[in-house]
Write a protein that binds this ligand. Structure first.
Ligand SMILES: Cc1cc2nc3c(=O)[nH]c(=O)nc-3n(C[C@H](O)[C@H](O)[C@H](O)COP(=O)(O)OP(=O)(O)OC[C@H]3O[C@@H](n4cnc5c(N)ncnc54)[C@H](O)[C@@H]3O)c2cc1C
Ligand code: FES
Length: 375
């Protein structure tokens, strides 16, 4: 039987997981670790089968779908350690490019509970990972991903009226939500408004058509900027006059998201608005970057000099280091570490702090004095 990303979950991963998780725990015990190195076990398992692992979620690419000229969906078969996802969540995708490990996060576009999972990537001009995935990732390749994470999800008790609003590649988590609602047989009132340049740019065009055919109650509104003009808050109010009655989920480019958030403030809308950004807030540092400072890593006693206003993650990468990271916008905590000493600025809140031994996220933190990091 051909598998689609909407096929139901098989039973086997559950029992396989129930066996592998205790084995992995046992192998991590210090007594066992002194005899057997977990990494050696991992290497041997991988040599046996690329999906086998006691600790990592590995996925095999089983299908690549060209959604638009710039967007592809990668359909993946996960190994037994995959614990499932809620609609709207994302995964960290780890990949090696020219011998260097890189990570980015991608929302799952597949329906939760489906046997196969999928993420959908839009090429970014000049972007490292999106272009690499488009150019090189093919059927049969194996990737390592994280478990699903993120708070941009539907509640367990669904509201009676909902608005899902997306633009461009922001449709990916929303598509998972739509698939989930349809599969649950949701009987409430859902309006889905999606904005893109033109029909050619519509991601999931075929899936949306199928969804609308199977779910006549879904109110699907597509807005094409090229033929209908720029989508503004006025357009939204015109299309959805009962905004204040709808719990809303929003994902799209920063300009649209800022405008919709402002609309909620201006109209004093009480209905909840949840949103997810794919890119960081751009704000100027509160304190001016000043004299050169030294960033030192405790473990290796290595470091680098800097004086710019960019996040420590970017500066460390420019200096040839590769700190662990995922989303690069402060939401996944992969880059979190202890700042042992020094003054830093949180680039999202503007908060400046000199407290010793505090947790910071390298992707949204800039150094404002010499800094020592427990890395
Ligand atoms: C929660 C979340 C979910 C996401 N889900 C999705 C998804 O479902 N689908 C999707 O396509 N994306 C998604 N993203 C975005 C994704 O994680 C990546 O950020 C995106 O693919 C770009 O990565 P990249 O490596 O190609 O670009 P990067 O190399 O990170 O570059 C990003 C942009 O910055 C520019 N740039 C890079 N370096 C410099 C420099 N030194 N100077 C000036 N400009 C520079 C590039 O030209 C590019 O336009 C999500 C992000 C988040 C946070
Ligand atoms: S990389 Fe995700 S929080 Fe920093």
């Amino acid at each position: 039987m051909p598998h689609t990303i909407d096929s139901p979950s098989p039973r086997s991963p559950g029992w396989v997981q129930s066996l592998t998780a205790p084995v992995a725990r046992a192998l991590r015990h210090p007594w066992v670790e002194s005899i057997v190195r977990l990494s050696a076990v991992e290497d041997s398992l991988q040599a046996l089968h690329p999906l086998m692992s006691l600790t990592e979620v590995r996925v095999r690419v089983v299908k690549v779908v060209d959604e638009t000229a710039l967007t592809k969906t990668f359909v993946l078969q996960p190994n037994a350690l995959w614990a499932g996802a809620q609609a709207g969540q994302f995964v960290r995708v780890r990949h090696e490019i020219d011998g260097r490990r890189v990570e980015r996060v991608y929302s799952l576009s597949s329906r939760p509970g489906a046997q196969r999972i999928a993420f959908t990537v839009k090429r970014q001009s000049g972007g490292q990972v999106s272009n690499h995935l488009h150019n090189h990732l093919k059927v049969g390749d194996v990737l390592t991903i994280s478990q699903a994470m993120g708070e941009f999800v539907l509640p367990s008790e669904l509201p009676a009226k909902m608005l899902l609003l997306s633009a461009g590649s922001g449709i990916t988590p929303v598509m998972a939500m739509l698939r989930s609602l349809q599969a649950q047989g949701y009987r409430g009132d859902v309006a889905f408004v999606h904005v893109c340049r033109a029909l050619d740019d519509l991601i999931f065009a075929r899936s949306l058509k199928d969804l609308a055919a199977r779910w006549p109650a879904l109110r699907l509104v597509l807005h094409f900027d090229e033929s209908e003009g720029r989508f503004t808050p006025d357009t939204l109010q015109h299309l959805v006059p009962d905004l204040n009655e709808r719990s809303t989920w929003l994902c799209g480019p920063s300009g649209l998201m800022d405008a919709v958030h402002q609309l909620w403030v201006d109209l004093d809308i009480a209905a909840p608005l949840q949103s997810e950004r794919f890119v960081a807030f751009t704000r100027l540092p509160a304190t001016a970057p000043g004299t050169p400072v030294q960033v030192r890593f405790l473990a290796s006693q290595k470091g680098f000099a800097t004086q710019g206003s960019e996040p420590l993650l970017v500066q460390a990468e420019q200096a040839g280091f590769g700190p662990k990271h995922g989303c690069r916008i402060g939401i996944c905590r992969s880059c979190q570490c202890v700042k042992a000493s020094g003054t830093v600025e949180n680039l999202q809140t503007g908060e400046v702090s000199s407290a010793p031994n505090e947790l910071i996220r390298l992707c949204i933190t800039a150094a404002r004095s010499d800094v020592t990091l427990d890395l």
